[in-house]
Design a protein around this ligand. Structure first.
Ligand SMILES: Cc1ncc(COP(=O)(O)O)c(C=O)c1O
Length: 391
């Protein structure tokens, strides 16, 4: 017997309409695939490109010592961790890395999360809840913003880096607990938060301060602890988050602070409690990278010096690099279509610089985002500058 009923309506057709809209607006994101290891020169979709899009700032993602640590951990602890940390997914490698991170950061304790995103979102939502207030920079990373929303606290957005407005907002906020959250090094603008002022304002109002050092760990500060260390205030920031996935060349995130904070997160941070622990190998690899951050400060010193030179050369060429003060150098072009076209034109010249579009940046602030790493040679940087000149 044949079925004469019409097929049921497809509830997902709206997605095609949305994708067409993204295409029309030049905002559709598409994946390329890298062959071989991460590095300053990569092969993507068959093209060899000098890569100015990676967060592997110290060139450690494919370093033989980091790879060897991962391989050794796989041999001794296997690959998958098999369970969440509280259900014995946590292995010796996690314990050791947490000890090393706490020592490296000069804090009582540390906690490793499966990703930096989970560390941010989980920590914010563990520190405030309904009836509390969370104050967040307009340009904070999505993981902090999502943490604010997840917390169901009252969310107040202050203008970028504006500690005076923050001061006013805190003075008016009567909530039981107040939490201020900010990137220390903004991931798209490459600029630094005025942490000295933020610390003072938070102390004055008795508010908690959480900073995300994702792009600064290993790069800023005399010991590589981040921007808070560079500005001499790291011991006055009660909650510091970092990632293992950028300068440490691995994957994962972490929180450092006092012992009671870490104990609270073990009990209250849902992405920590309800997610499988990261494989021991990723954690062991991050541990090896951390040793290199300690032993080879010249990597971060060289990187930051080269970034300062690059920013000056680009300014001399007439580019708007905004307030970048780091290895992340945006070329702000404003128009989405132009950012995409120029990124493609650079790719045609063998240089990969991603176009960053809204909603990742605010409307009108589309840019080409250059991530400089220690592993880029002078020749590669010269190739980038020349390709940009030709645009
Ligand atoms: C500022 C910032 N925080 C957190 C994260 C999330 O880190 P992860 O990639 O380890 O999830 C990122 C990632 O891009 C980031 O840019």
């Amino acid at each position: 017997m044949c079925d004469t009923n019409p097929p049921p309506p497809d509830p997902l057709t709206w997605i095609d309409g949305e994708l067409t809209r993204l295409d029309r607006e030049g905002r559709r994101r598409r994946l390329s695939t890298r062959e071989g290891p991460q590095g300053p020169r990569i092969v993507a979709d068959g093209e060899t490109l000098v890569h100015f899009g990676s967060n592997d700032y110290l060139g450690l993602a494919a370093d033989p010592r980091v790879v060897a640590a991962a391989v050794e951990a796989i041999r001794t602890e296997g690959w998958g961790s098999g369970a969440s940390p509280l259900v014995l997914g946590r292995a010796r490698s996690h314990l050791e890395l947490e000890r090393c991170l706490a020592e490296f950061e000069g804090t009582e304790a540390a906690l490793v999360f499966p990703s930096g995103f989970a560390a941010n979102a989980g920590t914010v939502a563990a520190l405030v809840g309904p009836g509390d207030a969370v104050l967040t920079d307009r340009k904070n990373h999505a993981s902090l913003l999502d943490g604010c929303r997840l917390s169901r606290a009252d969310v107040r957005v202050y203008p970028h880096g504006d500690w005076q407005e923050l001061d006013r907002l805190l003075a008016r906020t009567r909530a039981r607990r107040r939490l201020v959250v900010t990137d220390s090094l903004f991931s798209m603008g490459g600029d630094l938060a005025p942490l000295g002022e933020f610390v003072a304002v938070c102390e004055q109002h008795g508010a908690m301060l959480l900073i995300d050092e994702a792009h600064a760990t290993g790069v800023f500060g005399p010991r590589g602890r981040g921007v808070a260390e560079a500005l001499g205030v790291e011991h006055r920031v009660p909650v510091r988050v970092g990632t293992l996935s950028k300068a440490l060349g691995s994957a994962g995130g972490f929180v450092v602070g006092r012992r009671s904070l870490i104990e609270w997160l073990i009990n209250a941070a849902r992405p920590y409690i309800f997610s499988t622990a990261s494989p021991a190998a990723t954690v062991a690899a991050a541990g090896a990278a951390l040793q290199m951050v300690r032993r080879e400060p010249q990597r971060r010193e060289t990187l930051l010096a080269r970034a300062a030179t690059l920013r000056q050369r680009l300014r001399d060429q007439g580019w708007n690099v905004g307030n970048s003060a780091s290895q992340i150098v945006p070329l702000i072009v404003g128009d989405v279509g132009r950012a995409v076209r120029w990124s493609q034109a650079l790719r045609g010249r063998g240089v990969f610089v991603p176009a960053i579009r809204p909603p990742t940046v605010p409307e009108g602030e589309a840019c080409l985002r250059i991530s400089l790493t220690w592993a880029h040679t002078e020749e590669m940087i010269a190739q980038l500058v020349e390709a940009l000149r030709q645009l």
